[in-house]
Design a protein around this ligand. Structure first.
Ligand code: NDP
Length: 332
């Protein structure tokens, strides 16, 4: 028999955004259900050292942090479901969602925290050396390359921002781009081109990430000239892939307002989407910051927005009930 779960607050996604929304929602008495999705714990479960999440003096591990967040969410009354939503109906409240398992979820409010994934080049050497010199987040991992040679691959805003950020740690930053012009905003380009510690290699694509002996990690990049096909090698200690992100919003296409890059549009300064009762938080609506702590922050906002929304909706329906009762009395 198909199970149906009804909840005041359904949260999709179990990264820092979803779990923070759950902690706040549970503490507000909304008994939230979190549907964990394809990658329980989100992107932090694929990283190792985390040094920038406030509250921990020592380096902590991403997977451990997510286990703690989940335990805290459950402790205050969140129910975790190992399921993945495959269809949504947001045309009326309660919203109706169906999981991969066949389970039906009926929700008074929905918090979308499905996150985003960094795009990778798709090279075998990239996968092998991920976490050993190869990263997709300079803000997260740049610190580990203090005084070392680093390279950023890409030509958009993210790549340029990451290259500029890395100059805080390294005097030897190389931006590698497959064409001869950048996609990034002009002001960022100007900053990049003017920076004495950044050099740019135009018309180059990464053929391979080269690892050293034993556990040495990344030591070089093999680059192919995209015009001539010529291959050359540059020594680097860190390689940051910054070729874009993919927000997990396919399910919501046609249901929620998305921007040109597929991120969920929210009302500025809030987590309200274009559908009343649906809120979005974390990387699925944020292409600028993409940090665990900012995702947690917007997760908290989503729970507070949902709680207020429910309070107003409850007040409206109670008032309507009173008005109907008063009209009935008046007509007797
Ligand atoms: P973009 O899609 O804008 O840029 C991706 C870059 O990676 C492009 O230069 C692209 O090259 C290159 N690239 C893509 N695939 C490959 C590949 N297989 N091999 C080599 N290079 C590749 O992604 P961003 O993450 O930079 O930005 C995404 C969105 O977020 C944009 O709208 C951006 O404006 C926004 N953003 C805004 C920020 C801000 O305002 N401060 C900060 C960060 C992001 P090519 O140019 O040849 O296509």
């Amino acid at each position: 028999m198909t199970a149906t779960h009804s909840t005041r607050m359904l949260i999709l996604g179990s990264g820092p955004a979803g779990l923070s929304a759950a902690i706040y929602g549970a503490r507000a008495g909304l008994a939230p259900i979190v549907v964990q999705g394809i990658q329980p714990g989100g992107q932090l479960t694929t990283t190792t050292d985390v040094e920038n999440y406030p509250g921990f003096r020592d380096v902590i591990q991403g997977p451990w942090l997510m286990e703690e967040m989940q335990a805290q969410a459950e402790h205050v009354g969140t129910r975790m479901m190992y399921d993945m939503i495959v269809s949504v109906d947001l045309s009326q409240r309660p919203f109706r969602l169906v999981g991969d398992s066949g389970t039906i979820y009926s929700a008074d409010t929905l918090v979308v925290a499905t996150g985003a994934q960094a795009r990778w080049l798709g090279l075998e050497s990239e996968t092998r050396l991920r976490g050993q010199g190869v990263s997709a987040c300079a803000t997260c991992d740049g610190f580990f390359f203090r005084g070392k040679k680093v390279a950023v691959i890409g030509g958009g805003n993210t790549a340029v921002e990451e290259a500029l950020y890395l100059t805080n740690h390294s005097h030897d930053v190389t931006l590698i781009h497959r064409r001869d012009s950048l996609r990034a905003e002009k002001i960022l380009q100007e900053r990049l081109l003017a920076h004495p510690n950044i050099k740019i290699l135009w018309n180059k694509a990464v053929d391979s990430f080269v690892g050293g002996e034993g556990t040495q990690g990344l030591i070089a990049l093999d680059l192919r000239d995209t015009r001539t096909g010529e291959v050359s090698r540059i020594p680097v200690d860190g390689g940051f892939v910054a070729i874009g992100h993919e927000p997990a919003t396919e399910l919501f296409r046609g249901h929620l307002d998305l921007d040109a890059d597929g991120y969920i549009n929210v009302r500025p300064g809030t987590t309200y989407t274009n559908v009343a009762g649906v809120f979005a938080c974390g990387d699925v609506m944020d292409k600028h910051y993409r940090q665990a702590v900012t995702a947690a922050g917007t997760g908290c906002m989503a729970a507070l927005d949902a709680e207020r929304f429910l309070a107003e909706a409850d007040f409206e329906s109670t008032s309507e009930g009173h008005r109907t009762a008063a009209r009935a009395v008046a007509t007797v």
